[in-house]
Design a protein around this ligand. Structure first.
Ligand SMILES: *[C@@H]1O[C@H](CO)[C@@H](O)[C@H](O)[C@H]1NC(C)=O
Ligand SMILES: *[C@@H]1O[C@H](CO)[C@@H](O)[C@H](O)[C@H]1NC(C)=O
Ligand SMILES: *[C@@H]1O[C@H](CO)[C@@H](O)[C@H](O)[C@H]1NC(C)=O
Length: 326
């Protein structure tokens, strides 16, 4: 074999290897775009003061920024941002729901990585916390929704879900640590269950998440796939680019994702438009009312929310930071 032939063979082998490597691991390099932290956190978000008009019909009253600050539902220190559900007042059953906060990022992102570092997430009977992304045009579900952290009534592990228009399906078996729970992302069927993956990590949600001191969650949306990773606080495998303050992340170094949504049967660019990041905690409503009894919660969900303010003292988010890379 001539040297040039050898060189050609090696480069051909390398191409095949790189192709296979990319096909199985995927991932890419992204540059920091926005960091939200401490007292600057809220400058990257607007309050969705929907009042009791929660799209998921929760027993909440989504307040504006001024009200949230006055009620101490938002509280920032230099290195953390706390976002709470009210735990102080009994509600008039015929009046508005329990005060809570729904934040939506002012910026929108098409292909991106978002990394959230949290030390606490809302817990308690009746709670339905979510960290997610939503079409910035409100053309839902045509332009998609990506649920990064979600669950109800302290029932873990974390559920990671896509909701789209019809024609976006996921293979049952794929390289991920979590378990496939449903495969059709179409929001118009199965009562909008979407295509969902249950985390493989019991510390990924609710009381177990909080007991472990929280952790890092990262989500990548590229044109080829959508992935979610989770590392519990103290996990030695958390990449330095996730736990540190680096200006770039390389998702090919993140390891096997907790949830992996490939483009095998879903053209991602045509099912996902630009997204805003949304942080909220609703109560009861379409999902938490349904799982309330299964979770062993007492009586009726709405009565509980109306009459038991003290049960919501742990219904708060505490973010160390949220960083978006594009
Ligand atoms: C507001 O909430 C924070 C965080 O829970 C707490 O540390 C602080 O004492 C509260 N402030 C008031 C005035 O209650
Ligand atoms: C899993 O799927 C079942 C039925 O298909 C549904 O009732 C359940 O809520 C799902 N669980 C999660 C965690 O999404
Ligand atoms: C993703 O796909 C869209 C539409 O096909 C294209 O406009 C965009 O440039 C692609 N983005 C990347 C990062 O490849």
């Amino acid at each position: 074999m001539k040297v040039t032939e050898l060189g050609f063979t090696i480069s051909l082998l390398r191409t095949i290897f790189v192709f296979n490597h990319v096909a199985s691991v995927l991932g890419g390099v992204y540059d920091v775009a926005d960091r939200h932290k401490g007292s600057d956190f809220l400058t990257g978000f607007r309050f969705e003061a929907l009042g009791s008009a929660d799209p998921t019909h929760g027993r909440v009253d989504y307040v504006d920024g001024k009200t949230a600050a006055a009620m101490n539902l938002t509280f920032a220190t230099e290195d953390s941002m706390i976002i709470k559900v009210d735990s102080t007042k009994k509600l008039d059953p015929s009046g508005p729901g329990r005060p809570s906060v729904r934040l939506r990022s002012t910026n929108e992102y098409t292909t991106f990585v978002v990394v959230a570092h949290l030390t606490h997430m809302p817990q308690g009977c009746g709670t339905w916390p979510a960290l997610w992304t939503l079409t910035s045009t409100d053309n839902w579900p045509a332009e998609g929704e990506i649920d990064i952290m979600e669950g109800t009534n302290d029932l873990g592990p974390n559920a990671m879900t896509l909701h789209t228009s019809s024609g976006c399906m996921m293979p049952h078996v794929r390289p991920q640590a979590g378990t496939t729970n449903s495969t059709d992302c179409n929001a118009f069927i199965n009562f909008n269950q979407g295509c969902s993956v249950q985390s493989g990590n019991p510390k990924s949600f609710g009381p177990s998440f909080n007991k472990a001191g929280g952790g890092w969650v990262a989500a990548e949306r590229s044109n080829d796939s959508i992935s979610v990773w989770f590392w519990s606080s103290g996990d030695p495998n958390v990449p330095k680019s996730v736990s540190g303050w680096e200006s770039k992340v390389d998702t090919s170094t993140f390891g096997i994702p907790d949830a992996f949504f490939p483009n095998t049967f879903c053209d991602i660019p045509s099912h996902f438009g630009p997204q805003n990041i949304v942080i909220d905690c609703t109560l009861c409503g379409d999902l938490a009312s349904v799982t309330y009894a299964t979770a062993g919660c007492p009586g009726d969900c709405v009565d509980f929310v109306n009459t038991r303010p003290e049960a919501f003292v742990d219904a708060y988010w505490e973010f160390k930071s949220i960083t978006v890379y594009t």
